[in-house]
Each structure stands twice: as C-alpha cells, then as structure tokens.
Write a protein that binds this ligand. Structure first.
Ligand SMILES: *Cc1c(COP(=O)(O)O)cnc(C)c1O
Length: 471
C-alpha cells in the first residue's frame, strides 16, 4: 500500500464520527438506528474498497466528502428499513399474476384477516359444544354448498392438495394419467415430480394429443390405485385431440373400484361464460360428472387467498384428513379467515362478481376501462407535459395464473413514450418507484392496462409516471 492510499484511508471518518454528524443524527430520527449504523458501515466499506483499488477519476475529496457519504448512507438506510415484500401497482393487465401475488382479496376477506390476526379466535374451538373443534368447520359446509360435494378439506395450496390425495390413496401403487395431462404449472409443479414425491407410481396412458377410454381400461390392474385427471390449465393442444371426459372415467372407476381424482387447477365457482370468457372447468360440474375428489386453488379464478381445496366423497376426504401429511400442509388461520369470507360472497353470485377483485377485473366493461384510460391519459399528459407522449390504443388483457391461456380479453391501453428516453429505461425507473409500477412494453412504448389498476391507484400511477421523468 503506498503512502497516498494510506493517507486517503486515514482521512475517512469513523462510524462513530459519522453518527455524530448533525445530518446523520437527523436521519436517525426517522430511520431505525440499526439501519443507519449498517448503512454507514457499508458506505465506509465501499470507500475503502475504492481507495484500495486506486479508483481512477475520484479525487481525494470525493472519496471522503461528508456530504457524499451522508447522501449515500441515507439511501442505503432507507432501503434497509423498507420491507422487501411491498405493494405494487400492476398495470400489466395480467389479472392473476403469479409473480405479483395472484389474487388481490375482496374487502370483506381483508377485514376477516385483520380480525383473525389481531386477536384470539375460535379457530379450533366449538363455541356451541364448549369443546375442541376443527379449523375445517369454518369452510367445509360452504365448500359443500358451492360445489355440491359431500365433504371438503382446505390445505395450503393446490400442489399440496394433489400431493395429499396421491399419497393417501395411492402410495406405492399406480396412478393412471393421460400423457396429454402430464403438465407443468408455474416453474415447479410438475405432475411426474409430485407423483414421485407423493409415493405414487405414474402409469402414463394414451399419447400427447389423443387418449381414449380403452387406454385407461387397458392399464387398470392389480397395481392400480387411482385414476387421475389433470386440467391442462396453462396450455391447449389443438388439432387432432381427444381426452376422456370425467363422466367416462367415473364409469370406469366405479367398475374397477378405483377413485377418480380430478385436479381442475383454477376452480372457477361461477360460470365464466357469463362474464364473456371461455369456460373453465367448474368443481360443481366435476362432482356432477361423478369425480370422487376434486382439487383446485383458492387464489386463481376463485379470487381468494392461497389455498388448496379438496372436495368430494366423504369417505375419501376423511382418509385424506387422517393422513399425517395433512398436518404438514394445513391451511393457516389468516388464509382460512380470508377463504371463509370469500366463499361467503359466492353464496350470492352477484355479490361475488361485484366484490371479488379477480372477477371484477375480468368482467370490467370496456366503457369502464375506456373511462379509466382517458382519465389516466389526461392526468399523465398534464403532470408530465413535454416529457411524455401519451395516447390510447386498443389491446388485450390476460387472465394469467395459468388459466384460460388463449383468452385475449379486449381492453384499452394507455401508451406512454418518454421524450428522449427508451421504453426499457422508463420501465426500469418505474420498477424503482414507491410503490413500484409494473408495466408492459410494446413497440418501444410503455403500455398501461387500466383493467388491473384500481380506481384509487389511478392518481398515484399518473404521479409516479411523471416523477420518473421530472428533471
Ligand atoms: C395452478 C395449478 C396447480 C398448482 O396450484 P397451486 O395452488 O399454485 O399450488 C396444480 N394443478 C393445476 C392443474 C393448476 O392449474
């Protein structure tokens, strides 16, 4: 180390010295002390590394300037003290965005979560009998009513529901599945992998595009334990295809004495064709078609909390409930509170469509989207005049969450072009605002889809758009 370097290092203030700086003391009034101390350490460490590397271009005063150190420390301290899991504005138009937390909850569900979180509850206590109860009692009757099933069980998520069903009914035995239904959902739920981990032996039948009842019939034998049907949620095979309907599988299951389990994925509790969308399999239809157990997610088209819902024959649900794995994948009280409230909304379909945010977004009329788009456009144009060019074009929104993958729902998009700024640069800045704004890029323009932006986020969004181009 040469003398120049040594001198520079010696000029750096100590942590304690910096903590005495008036501006830092002021910072410590609003930010937690631990974050301020850690930020100062980090800044000093960065400076030492820069000096040791003989950073070219930096003058000695740059490297030890208090103002620069303090400003940098402030930024770091602010970042450290902010929660990493934060709300964001989803202007992508993808309604059930897996990376953005899937379904926003309905207001009554949020209220129930807060109440359950704040104090004690009768989570597992029967107030009538004055004795221990089951947490499942809060949702079982509702699920039965809404699907026509005899019994129901809620677990942590649909992956857990499938795992529990296979492990309970088919450990060490064969599960017959069509080759066209060996799906991968998200980046980690894959039927063959879940099968192995659940202890089931995958017995593939048919082909990728065509599977017939006789394929299942040929595979049934002494080693069989279950017929599994999986909804191909996030893709469609088109052209020469054939999959066997649940009714036919149910007939075979009955003849062979094998349970028929169907993973319907999304689990829409209302007929989506009412909302102008294509149909998704509904658990109630599968029950009527004779499936013995149906599993689906709570936070996809149902629009509730993360949960895995299992509905079907009482004897089978009881077996799942008694599996020790059921405890490992049980639903927590906050999700349960949100789930009960969400399911209650579905008792009146009109209420569900009016209050469940996922359904509201999917059913939002074009004139309403248009109104929001115009409002957004005008606000952004007013706030960022000269910096942003704004207009409205026709476009499409997506359902997301691996549901209705081919559905392109007509929407209106607000396109925003930065004067002298590329779309990726603008997008990067929007990701770093507070709250962050998530957008799509189309033809080197930012596009905002009002479908997934709530009414009370419109002004914030316009302000944030302006803030990233202001000076
Ligand atoms: C989404 C999905 C799953 C996984 O559900 P999670 O609730 O995310 O665990 C499983 N199967 C199908 C068919 C799905 O669409």
């Amino acid at each position: 180390m040469d003398n120049g370097t040594r001198l520079l290092l010696r000029q750096l203030p100590s942590v304690d010295e910096l903590l005495q700086e008036p501006s830092i003391r002021e910072m410590a009034q609003t930010l937690p002390r631990w974050a301020v101390v850690e930020a100062i350490r980090e800044v000093l460490e960065r400076r030492r590394r820069m000096i040791a590397k003989g950073q070219s271009g930096s003058t000695p005063s740059d490297l030890s300037s208090r103002t620069a150190l303090v400003a940098e420390a402030q930024q770091i301290a602010a970042r450290l003290s902010r929660p990493t899991l934060r709300r964001l504005i989803n202007a992508t138009g993808v309604v059930i965005h897996t990376n953005f937390g899937r379904a926003p909850l309905a207001e009554p569900a949020i209220e129930r979560v807060v109440e359950a979180a704040r104090g004690y509850s009768n989570l597992e206590y029967d107030l009538e009998r004055g004795d221990r109860g089951s947490r499942q009692e809060h949702v079982e009757q509702l699920l039965c009513r809404l699907t026509g099933a005899e019994a129901a069980l809620a677990v942590n998520n649909n992956a857990a529901a499938v795992l529990l069903a296979i492990n309970t009914l088919a450990e060490g035995k064969e599960v017959i599945v069509s080759r066209g239904e060996l799906v991968e959902i998200g980046d980690s739920f894959r039927i063959p992998d879940i099968m192995r981990r659940a202890g089931g032996i995958l017995r593939e039948v048919g082909t990728t595009n065509r599977t017939y009842l006789r394929d299942y019939e040929d595979a049934v034998g002494a080693a069989s334990a279950m017929l599994l049907k999986v909804h191909t949620s996030n893709f469609r095979i088109q052209g020469f295809t054939n999959q066997v309907p649940v009714t036919e599988l149910a007939g075979l299951g009955e003849k062979a004495g094998l349970p028929v389990v169907e993973d319907v994925g999304s689990g829409a509790l209302v007929d989506l064709s009412q909302l102008g969308l294509s149909r998704e399999p509904m658990p109630s239809e599968s029950i009527r078609a004779g499936a013995d157990l149906i599993t689906f997610s709570g936070d996809k088209l149902l629009g509730g909390p993360q949960a895995g819902l299992i509905v079907g024959k009482r004897a089978l649900v009881e077996r799942l409930r008694r599996n020790p794995l059921a405890r490992a994948v049980r639903i927590d009280k906050l999700s349960l509170a949100a789930l009960e409230a969400t399911l209650r909304l579905y008792l009146d379909e009109g209420q569900a469509v009016a209050h469940v945010p996922v359904l509201r977004a999917l059913a939002m009329p074009l004139h309403e989207i248009e109104r929001r788009a115009v409002y957004l456009r005008d606000r952004i144009a007013a706030y960022a005049a000269g910096h942003l060019e704004v207009s409205i074009i026709e476009g499409t929104s997506e359902v997301g969450g691996g549901a209705l993958p081919l559905e392109a729902i007509p929407t209106r998009l607000v396109t925003v072009q930065g004067v002298g700024l590329s779309a990726p640069v603008l997008e990067g800045r929007l990701r770093r605002t507070d709250p962050p704004v998530m957008v799509r890029i189309k033809d080197d323009r930012i596009v905002l889809d009002p479908r997934t932006v709530s009414e009370d986020e419109l002004d914030t969004l316009a302000n944030l758009m302006a803030s990233v181009v202001a000076s």
